[in-house]
Design a binder for this molecule. Structure first.
Ligand SMILES: [Zn+2]
Ligand SMILES: [Zn+2]
Length: 320
């Protein structure tokens, strides 16, 4: 802390966890980012500059699927004012026609493209801020219907799932619940706790990047790919400990192999510049192409630079 670290501006940075608790209103959770949000399933976007369907321009949609062709299937959200369509319509658009919306999160688990099951009603719910709430006590994602039913029922101050009291919504109570879950080994809680220490400020937690590393590591061992990506950034940027590019690449690989897009891009970049791994253009191309295909702009930009490097090297090494 206090020590200046050199942040990469040509690689993916950490994702910031947001509030995981609260009951009074549906809470934010999942990943907010302080880098440009990439196109990912479950994320909200605005459709822009569509020539074939100009009436949709400026409308909100949600990313349904990243298509093999490189296009993106999006479900148009109901337009409240114009009500031009009664049924939500799914259309395929070029990623260039989508402006990702910052504040709405993607699904909480980037690994899981499936919908999740509300543990109370067992209905399948799409995991977004608008459709369900995450409870700090047990980490359950409860659909809005069950949440509303609980709020109107005889016992509104209890979690609809684990029944623990939700009366106290102070920072101390919320963080105590998250800590308790982390100590029980809940990967999501470990990752979030790591994030709170990493960035500081939330729930009154002071920034302590050494502790952030510790919690990220525990979460990584439990399969949290977002924690692996952030831990890679810690090692790469020397936050909470010394710079160690070999360790950074190791964690980027864990995130990448787990299918987490920022990790995929960072592993590609590591191979491209030989950061912590032996330079390997084939591997770099493989990972960057995958990142770009999954909608990551940075991977696409790096691929462009990469082709420049390859050409330069070819010219350089052409034997006479
Ligand atoms: Zn439910
Ligand atoms: Zn609960």
């Amino acid at each position: 802390m206090g020590k200046k670290s050199k942040k990469k501006d040509n690689a993916q940075t950490k994702q910031k966890p947001v509030n995981t608790g609260g009951v009074a209103s549906p809470v934010l959770f999942g990943i907010g980012g302080h880098c440009r949000p990439s196109i990912a399933v479950g994320r909200y976007a605005m459709v822009l500059n569509l020539k074939s369907r100009p009436e949709l321009n400026g409308d909100k949609c949600i990313v349904e699927k990243l298509l093999k062709s490189g296009r993106v299937a999006v479900k148009m959200c109901q337009n409240e004012i114009r009500k031009t369509y009664s049924e939500p319509e799914v259309i395929s658009v070029s990623p260039l026609k989508l402006e990702m919306i910052w504040d709405l999160p993607s699904r909480s688990n980037p690994n899981n493209d499936e919908d999740e099951i509300c543990p109370v009603c067992c209905d399948t719910v799409l995991i977004t801020n608008e459709t369900c709430s995450l409870f700090a006590c047990c980490g359950a994602r409860i659909c809005n219907q069950c949440f509303a039913r609980c709020c109107m029922g005889p016992d509104p101050d209890r979690c609809p799932f684990c029944r623990s009291s939700t009366k106290d919504t102070s920072d101390e109570a919320e963080i105590a619940k998250i800590r308790a879950r982390a100590n029980r080994g809940d990967a999501n809680a470990c990752y979030n706790l790591g994030g709170y220490y990493d960035f500081g400020g939330k729930f009154g937690i002071q920034q302590d990047q050494k502790k952030a590393r510790e919690w990220y590591k525990i979460a990584t061992l439990k399969g949290e790919v977002r924690a692996a990506q952030n831990l890679g950034c810690c090692h790469r940027d020397g936050e909470g400990g010394p710079i160690d590019l070999v360790e950074a690449a190791k964690y980027f690989r864990i995130a990448a192999e787990g299918g987490y897009v920022p990790g995929i891009t960072n592993l590609g970049i590591a191979y491209l510049y030989g950061h912590g791994v032996k330079t390997d253009f084939q591997e770099a191309e493989k990972w960057l192409k995958l990142g770009a295909k999954r909608g990551d702009q940075m991977a696409a930009d790096q691929l462009m630079q990469f082709s420049g490097l390859i050409n330069a090297q070819r010219i350089h090494f052409t034997p006479y």
